[in-house]
Write a protein that binds this ligand. Structure first.
Ligand SMILES: O=c1ccn([C@H]2C[C@H](O)[C@@H](COP(=O)(O)O)O2)c(=O)[nH]1
Ligand SMILES: [Zn+2]
Length: 156
């Protein structure tokens, strides 16, 4: 029997990271993978534009006039994963490559997700990030950070 197989954490975070590779955002690519209590994946998403909004027709800038930036248009990875989900999410965990913003935190809590496993926390201390952690703490959503995930994928 192989003993160097990957853990559940690495498996699900690896899928979240792979999903983020689909993002067209040149700044930050985010992937999310929702897993139920039976270790089944029940939702996947990445940050991207809504259906019908052509990637070429919208800006990807970070700064400038609000409507000329990506921020009003991009659907966040966690929200896409929730909207794409195949079943009720009560008690699920979400694996996400970036700590959720306050808007995603609200959606995570309202969906009944109870655990957030994340990698990057590059906006730690910013207002949205502080609000997310405050809401998670109040709502009893636990969050934990994973170390760098390195998985080599090759064809056998
Ligand atoms: O909870 C979150 C927060 C952000 N995102 C997305 C939204 C944007 O496409 C990028 C952030 O871009 P920056 O250039 O780092 O501001 O990440 C998300 O999917 N989920
Ligand atoms: Zn968000």
């Amino acid at each position: 029997m192989r003993t160097d197989y990957i853990s559940w954490d690495v498996y699900f975070m690896g899928i979240a990271l792979l999903s983020g590779k689909r993002s067209k955002d040149p700044g930050t690519q985010v992937g999310a993978c929702i897993v139920n209590g039976e270790k089944r994946i029940v939702g996947i998403g990445y940050n991207g534009l809504p259906y019908g909004c052509d990637d070429g027709d919208f800006p990807w800038e970070r700064s400038g006039e609000f409507l000329d930036t990506k921020y009003p248009y991009v659907v966040h990875a966690e929200l896409n994963a929730i909207l794409n989900s195949t079943e009720k999410l009560a008690g699920c965990s979400v694996y996400v490559s970036l700590f959720p913003c306050n808007e995603c935190a609200k959606a995570i809590i309202q969906a009944g997700i109870k655990e957030v496993v994340y990698m990057s926390d590059k906006y730690n201390g910013e207002k949205e990030n502080v609000a997310s952690k405050h809401m998670f703490d109040c709502a009893g959503v636990v969050y934990r950070q994973m170390e760098q995930v390195e998985v080599e994928i090759t064809c056998p």
